[in-house]
Design a protein around this ligand. Structure first.
Ligand SMILES: [Mn+2]
Length: 307
């Protein structure tokens, strides 16, 4: 048996990719060999989407040592589930920058599309298979979130084509409206603790100067966070110290304004300001036009932090 698993602090794409890729692989091979798994708790829009489309939570795997696994939606070892160095990785399917070494020949597929689920949906169609209505809805939801309803610079023509096809199969007439609903659920933060907001969609990067952590949260209204900025900055500082980070960033993306408020805890403010190409005031700054961790924020930080 093979587990298909996404990254730690799983987002919707990581979960939906594991579920839909297991379904596709089992379909293609005509056996129940592949099982979706998750490397952590699911976030709110993931819980909502799984329930809406009639899926249970994938099995939680805290440690994948000794297991046969397919990694989806990540390839960097620091982002993988615990025990990855003792796991038997048989395949990788991803859409992020590549930082992967392995001693055995394996299938490694990476495409510069907006979501892992776009690659998997395209796989279904390439094999003349149609995902069922619920699987189509699940993949569609993941692509809408990962591409910020097609607004992100990571969104490609392929994503747009796949969104149209999946929306038809899932019988979702207005996918933009549906995407907004997902983001409203994602950004209803009132009952969330600061740590949950920061770690809900959080990724580690290893750099020359030390460990960098970047969390992102999207909202349809930045004002929802106004009262919590101080608390969030304090929490970032706590995480930085207790988990030994050089820098921890949370950026809150306003998907209507198409810009992000950056909150920062860092041991080197100058370097951080160079990465942001902007001055911080009281550990924060709003940057118009910046909405993608993958295409904009992470490359700028890793570039400056690896000098
Ligand atoms: Mn993804």
């Amino acid at each position: 048996m093979v587990y298909i698993i996404g990254h730690k602090s799983p987002d919707l794409d990581s979960i939906a990719a594991a579920v839909s890729y297991a379904e596709l692989k089992n379909n293609l091979e005509g056996k129940e060999e592949y099982f979706p798994a998750r490397a952590g708790d699911v976030n709110k829009e993931t819980a909502y989407t799984l329930e809406k489309f009639d899926f249970g939570n994938p099995e939680l795997l805290e440690n994948i040592a000794g297991k046969e696994v397919i990694l989806v939606d990540h390839n960097e070892i620091v982002q993988a589930a615990e025990g990855v160095s003792e796991a038997n990785i048989i395949e990788v399917l991803d859409h992020h920058k590549i930082d992967f070494h392995y001693s055995d020949p394996i299938t490694f597929r990476s495409l510069p599309w907006g979501a892992s689920c776009t690659i998997i949906a395209q796989d279904f169609f390439a094999h003349n298979l149609e995902p069922n209505k619920n699987t189509a809805g699940l993949m569609l939801s993941a692509i809408l979130v990962d591409t910020v309803i097609t607004k992100s610079p990571t969104c490609t023509d392929m994503d747009r084509q796949i969104i149209e096809k999946l929306a038809k199969i899932a019988e979702i007439e207005d996918w933009k409206q549906f995407g907004m609903e997902l983001f409203k659920i994602r950004s209803s933060v009132n009952e969330l603790s600061a740590i949950d907001i920061i770690k809900g969609d959080f990724k580690d990067f290893q750099t020359q100067v030390g460990k960098l952590g970047i969390g992102q949260v999207e909202t349809v209204d930045l004002n929802e966070f106004k009262d919590r900025e101080e608390e969030l900055i304090q929490e970032l500082g706590k995480i930085k110290n207790s988990e030994n980070y050089h820098t921890v960033v949370l950026f809150i993306t306003d998907i209507i304004k198409e810009g992000s408020l950056f909150l920062v805890a860092t041991t080197d403010q100058k370097k951080t300001e160079r990465a942001l190409q902007s001055k911080l005031e009281e550990s924060k700054v709003f940057l118009p036009g910046i909405i993608s961790r993958k295409k904009q924020v992470a490359p700028n930080f890793t570039c400056v932090f690896n000098e």
